[in-house]
Design a protein around this ligand. Structure first.
Ligand code: C2E
Ligand code: MG
Ligand code: MG
Ligand code: MG
Length: 281
């Protein structure tokens, strides 16, 4: 009986596994085809970040979107890893940067100066010289409109960077680009290691923000991260703020910046400007 159940389980697992593998394969083929022939399916949205103490807009994070005629809206959490595995992350980032460059002139009108504009970069791209040229152009244009460039790298990737990539990150810092550790708290970087990294910002992962402000509130991890940041003189951004209680707790804990659906969802420039205009009334 147990053997049969075991076999049944095994069959179920394999079927789901094959289905998932099949989906990924189709997604991967569609991604490659769309990048080649239908780049307009990819777009960029921006999610505002705020200074928690004052409620002022402090920056924006650029996030990729892909709308495929058959698959519909595909999450970047699904297609970015596929692009990385299939060796197409460069094309995707190139497209992202081109979209941002095209958007920047209109973005600058009607929004304050001094905003940070953050883009997510895959760790394996950091030492890519083609990307370097493109990023240099982007950073120069961001500075031209008196904004500040920021790059986000996930904590898990950051821990495995080569000496060459770390040197590149240091160069970014020297050029005034701030480096943020994305999804902080989900990797295992030690205090000692973090201290040696050329980073300026910690972005607390959404899973820790979820535990704030409700039944069974647990602020210990967020407090610990803020303590680490304070000791290392790093700025802290909380991601995924969805309710007022979370916002208030983070502000009480002296978290600097925050982003989340409570304040604004990722949106186009036109929508962001309307939002900015409304909150300034
Ligand atoms: P991330 O960089 O940690 O981005 C934050 C994600 O949280 C975004 O999902 C955003 O829409 C979502 N989010 C923001 N506020 C809230 C909230 O209050 N509640 C909830 N439930 N979610 C919130 P998105 O846009 O689906 O992106 C997912 C991930 O895909 C990103 O995580 C990032 O790792 C990756 N990604 C997105 N765009 C790019 C890109 O241009 N390049 C690379 N390499 N990765 C990207
Ligand atoms: Mg990010
Ligand atoms: Mg994040
Ligand atoms: Mg995250």
């Amino acid at each position: 009986m147990a053997k049969m159940a075991g076999r049944a389980c095994h069959r179920m697992y394999s079927a789901a596994d094959t289905e998932e593998g099949h989906y990924k394969q189709r997604l991967s083929e569609a991604l490659v085809a769309s990048l080649k022939t239908a780049p307009h399916e990819f777009s960029v949205v921006y999610q505002p970040q705020y200074q928690l103490a004052t409620g002022e807009m402090a920056g924006l994070e650029a996030l990729l979107r892909w709308h495929h005629p058959e698959f519909g809206a595909v999450s970047p959490a699904d297609f970015v890893p596929v692009a990385e595995q299939r060796g197409h992350i460069h094309e995707l980032t190139e497209h992202l940067v081109r979209c941002i460059l095209a958007d920047l002139p209109k973005a600058a009108e009607g929004l304050p100066s001094g905003l940070r504009l953050a883009i997510n970069i895959s760790a394996r791209q950091i030492s890519d010289s083609r990307l370097q040229q493109l990023l240099d152009v982007l950073f120069a244009r961001i500075r031209q409109i008196c904004w500040l460039p920021e790059i986000e790298i996930t904590e898990t990737h950051l821990m495995h960077l080569s000496a060459e990539c770390l040197a590149r990150l240091r160069d970014f810092g020297d050029q005034g680009v701030s480096v943020a550790v994305d999804d902080f708290g989900t990797g295992y970087s030690s205090l000692a290691y973090l201290h040696t990294l050329p980073v300026h910002v910690l972005k607390i992962d959404r899973q820790f923000i979820k535990r704030l402000g409700g039944v069974g509130t647990d602020s210990r991890i967020v407090s610990a991260i803020l303590g680490i940041a304070d000791a290392l003189e790093l700025e802290v951004v909380a991601e995924g703020i969805e309710n007022g209680a979370q916002y208030r707790m983070l502000n009480d804990l002296k978290c600097h910046r925050g982003q989340g659906f409570l304040m604004a969802r990722p949106a186009t420039w036109d929508a962001i400007k309307l939002l900015f205009f409304d909150t300034c009334q």
